[in-house]
Structure formats: structure tokens, C-alpha cells
Design a binder for this molecule. Structure first.
Ligand code: 13P
Length: 251
């Protein structure tokens, strides 16, 4: 049985006070959500305060990115996964399409970041997804497969057990255009079979695959009813505590 994960990616939104207010408003609204893991990913500057204020709750905190190494060094602007663990993070989102498109993230850096996050004791939420042009040209499965095998290359079985995959079709992010449940299921099932080929059937059966892209209270139920959809990575609809709580409490 795979325990679903509902994760909110707050992207570059919210000053500290707003981040804390939203996290504290969310806390009682999801306190009874034992059917899934609940995760929020505030900006770096809010991580410690939010994690401190959520201590003892059922909400875990994720970073939205991390450095490729844990050893300290002259790497201006970077934050090591060990530093994120140190301030209370339990997860790191890695390889989000916005980082790939806007900040030069590559499959190679995704792989290094994933290994570094796992080494620090974080769970890695590794994002993959195709663009609209890639889908329309019939290449979606190849693109996602390539991102997946490169991003997770060289991981041990033990490390794979702390991997979470997020499938986020770029054309569905922030566009209001959700993949249909059937499209999500098709790609999730493809991803699971690729994980099976690369890392074995046990890992494939247990790895959680989240869907992301215009997830809202109105469509979460149908998405979650698909057999290979194990949760969601939510952007816009996670910024408001009530709306995110409705998604968490989809059951
Ligand atoms: P939206 O839910 O705003 O489409 O964003 C999805 C996303 O990128 C989550 O990481």
C-alpha cells in the first residue's frame, strides 16, 4: 500500500509573516489527515520559522531546490541539503520544470542534487515532465523516460526507497489545463514500469508518483482515483490554506 503525499509548492510567493500565517491556518485543517503525508514547500527564507512552528504536527516541510553537495564550500547563493535538514526540512523538491527552463537545471544536476539530498537524510521529490511541443510531437514518454533514468541514475535500492517522483507536464503548470486523469494515469504507469526496469519491481511497486499541474479541489478526487497516481504536487491552489486543505482532505 502506497501512502499518498499531497505537497504544496509555494514557489516564490509569501513573505515570512504570510508563510507562517498560512502554515498555522493549515495545521488544524489537515490535523486529521492520516490517509496521506502532507508537505509544504515555502521559500528558503521561511523554511526554519515554518518548520519550527509546525513541529509536532503532521505537516512536513520541503525545500524547493538544493545544492549539489553537502560539503561546505565557496558556492555563493547555494544551500546544501545538510543545511536544509538542519533547519527542519524533511524533503527537497528537485528538478522542477521552472528550474529546468529558467535556471539551467539539467538531468546531470538533478542527479547530483538528488544524491546530495538523500545523503543528507532528506526525501527527494524528483520532478519530470514534458513540454507542450514534446507532447504534440509524440515524444512525451521518451522525454520523461530520459529525465527519469538520468535523474535517478546510480541510486542504490535503499536510496530509491526515499525517492518520490512528481510528474508535472509543463503545459499543465499554472495554465489551468490539467492533464486528464487518463493522461496522468498513462504517464504514471509508464514511469512505474521504467522504474521497474532500472531499479527492480519492488521499488516500482512502492515508489510514490505524484501528479502536478493545475491540481485543484475540484479535480483532485478524479486524479487520485487513478491506480498509479499516489498524490499531488500543487502550486497555485496550495497558497491558500482552505483550498490546500480541501485538496489534502480529498477523501
Ligand atoms: P500549479 O498547480 O499552479 O499548476 O503548479 C504546479 C506546480 O508547478 C507544482 O510544483
Amino acid at each position: 500500500m502506497r501512502k499518498p503525499i499531497i505537497a504544496g509548492n509555494w514557489k516564490m510567493y509569501k513573505l515570512l509573516a504570510d508563510a507562517v500565517d498560512t502554515a498555522l491556518a493549515l495545521k488544524p485543517l489537515v490535523a486529521n489527515a492520516t490517509h496521506c503525508e502532507v508537505v509544504i514547500a515555502p521559500v528558503f527564507t521561511a523554511l526554519k520559522t515554518v518548520a519550527d512552528r509546525l513541529e509536532g504536527s503532521n505537516i512536513g516541510v520541503a525545500s524547493q531546490d538544493c545544492a549539489t553537495q553537502n560539503s561546505f564550500g565557496a558556492l555563493t547563493g547555494e544551500v546544501a541539503p545538510a543545511m536544509l535538514k538542519d533547519v527542519g526540512c524533511k524533503y527537497a523538491i528537485i528538478g522542477h520544470s521552472e528550474r529546468r527552463q529558467l535556471f539551467g537545471e539539467t538531468d546531470g544536476s538533478v542527479n547530483l542534487k538528488t544524491k546530495a539530498a538523500l545523503e543528507a537524510g532528506l526525501k527527494a521529490i524528483v520532478c519530470v515532465g514534458e513540454s507542450l511541443a514534446e507532447r504534440e510531437s509524440g515524444n512525451a514518454e521518451n522525454i520523461v523516460g530520459g529525465q527519469l533514468s538520468a535523474g535517478l541514475s546510480g541510486l542504490t535500492l535503499d536510496e530509491m526507497n526515499r525517492i518520490i517522483i512528481a510528474y508535472e507536464p509543463v503545459w499543465a503548470i499554472g495554465t489551468g489545463k490539467t492533464a486528464t486523469p487518463a493522461q496522468a494515469q498513462e504517464m504514471h504507469s509508464h514511469i512505474r514500469s521504467l522504474v521497474g526496469k532500472d531499479h527492480g519491481n519492488d521499488v516500482a511497486a512502492s515508489v510514490r508518483i505524484l501528479y502536478g499541474g493545475s491540481v485543484k479541489p475540484e479535480n483532485i478526487g478524479e486524479l487520485m482515483s487513478q491506480p498509479d497516481v499516489d498524490g499531488a504536487l500543487v502550486g497555485g491552489a496550495s497558497l491558500d490554506a482552505d483550498s490546500f486543505a480541501k485538496i489534502v482532505n480529498y477523501k
